[in-house]
Design a protein around this ligand. Structure first.
Ligand SMILES: [Zn+2]
Length: 419
């Protein structure tokens, strides 16, 4: 990569949840993949350098998807008129079983990665399956394509279909082998991934907690997605006071950076634990609607100081397009208002922040164009025939609601163009 890169266009980002910052016809200077600064006039020192001029286009931070199941990509939109258990048994588990075949996995994971890029997702936290070899392929495909990601081999040794049930020792061993093999890449890294508390024995959860500590690795799992799951966890783990305490007691709840998908039905104690341990919740609005899990009280959680990012939760969510997760998060917060007029719905800045700088914080300085941030960007070319009379902020909002991958003409991760 060249040392300096200079991009010109209408630069739009959310440095805080309160603000959409708009720099019209400006220059962003990138050094070794890192943003050096934004200037309305190009400083003289750069006059001899080449400028990539995107003219009237919008330059936005690329999207960050904090929760996706790569093996479920083929089932997006399928069987979503069913209830959770039928959906899992009829579609998800048989599909995940096919990843025991590395040839199938290579093809399916390549398609998944291509779609991430197409939809403008530049960083993602991904669940694979229990299979070591195909999970290794997922690491390699993402590295080759230049996407930033945390990738987790699922651990699962009980309460699941026999064909996906691991031997406890094998699960631990294979997880560690992947950590050792793929632990040193700058963009694609391992993350510990117990599927969720009910599908792991105490012994397995405890060993995963030990691995997190030993290798100082982050953790991702599911938490309190629906009420029957919460009840089930309380029956399976009678000696832990809440669902969150199960993870906490096994070293999987903020002892290292932790993502918990959903977190819809939480007690006051759990909210305290989440905040005090700096656990990040992942709001997956499309998925919550599709499988009728509930609606996260986002405003309430934000007011308690909890960090929230957005996830597609493909394939319970039916699209990898994070612009649609932004829109759906706003829509769901408005539905909350229907039930409780006191609730203030999310605004565009807040929801966009979650899908960029908020979620990006799990990766470090990602999701913004402030000095020192990774230059992770997408370039939007909308229809001048329609948008010619709109302000930049209006064009930005219009892209989120009505745009799609056809509007995205370039994608960058750490300064490298990946699509
Ligand atoms: Zn999930």
């Amino acid at each position: 990569m060249k040392e300096n890169q200079i991009f010109k266009g209408n630069i739009i980002f959310a440095p805080t949840p309160e603000e959409i910052k708009i720099c019209a016809k400006s220059y962003v200077i990138v050094r070794n993949g890192i943003v050096e600064g934004i200037y309305d006039k190009l400083p003289e020192v750069y006059w001899r350098e080449k400028v990539k001029d995107y003219d009237e286009c919008l330059i936005l931070p690329g999207f960050v998807d904090l929760h996706a199941h790569a093996p479920q990509f083929y089932q997006c939109g399928i069987g979503l008129d069913k209830e959770l258990i039928d959906w899992l048994n009829d579609h998800t588990l048989p599909l995940e079983n096919r990843f025991s075949d590395p040839v199938f996995a290579w093809e399916a994971y390549s398609q998944f990665a291509n779609e991430l890029i197409r939809q403008g997702t530049v960083r993602s936290c991904i669940f694979a399956t229990i299979h070591k070899e195909s999970t290794g392929l997922l690491f390699e495909i993402l590295m080759e394509k230049g996407i930033g990601a945390f990738v987790g081999k699922i651990n699962m040794d009980r309460n699941c279909a026999d064909f996906l049930k691991e031997e406890t020792e094998t699960s631990i061993l294979e997880t560690e082998e992947l950590i050792v093999k793929y632990g040193n890449h700058p963009l694609v890294k391992p993350i510990l991934t117990p599927r969720f508390a009910p599908t792991s024995s105490d012994k397995l959860l405890s060993a995963i907690g030990e691995l997190a500590k030993k290798y100082n690795l982050p953790v991702q799992s599911h938490l309190s997605e629906n009420r029957s799951e919460v009840k089930w966890v309380s029956e399976l783990f009678p000696f832990h006071s809440t669902y969150s305490d199960v993870y906490l007691d096994f070293g999987l709840f903020g002892q290292t950076p932790t993502l918990m998908a959903h977190g819809i039905h939480l007690t006051d104690r759990e909210l305290e634990l989440i905040k005090d341990n700096n656990v990040m919740l992942v709001h997956c609005p499309e998925s919550n609607i599709n499988i009728a899990s509930g609606i996260m009280p986002v405003r309430k959680w934000l007011q308690k100081g909890i960090r929230i990012g957005l996830g597609s939760d493909v394939g319970a969510g039916h699209t990898l397009a994070m612009s649609k997760a932004v829109v759906r998060a706003i829509q769901l917060s408005k539905i909350m208002k229907v039930f409780d007029p006191q609730v203030r719905p999310l605004n565009t800045a807040e929801a966009f922040y979650m899908a960029t700088r908020g979620g990006g914080s799990f990766f470090g300085k990602v999701g913004s164009f402030e000095k020192g941030y990774s230059f992770d960007a997408i370039v939007i070319e909308d229809d001048p025939g329609i948008t010619g009379h709109l302000s930049l902020e209006e064009r930005f909002q219009r892209f989120l609601y009505t745009g799609d991958d056809r509007s995205i003409i370039a994608r960058f991760v750490a300064g490298r163009q990946i699509g």
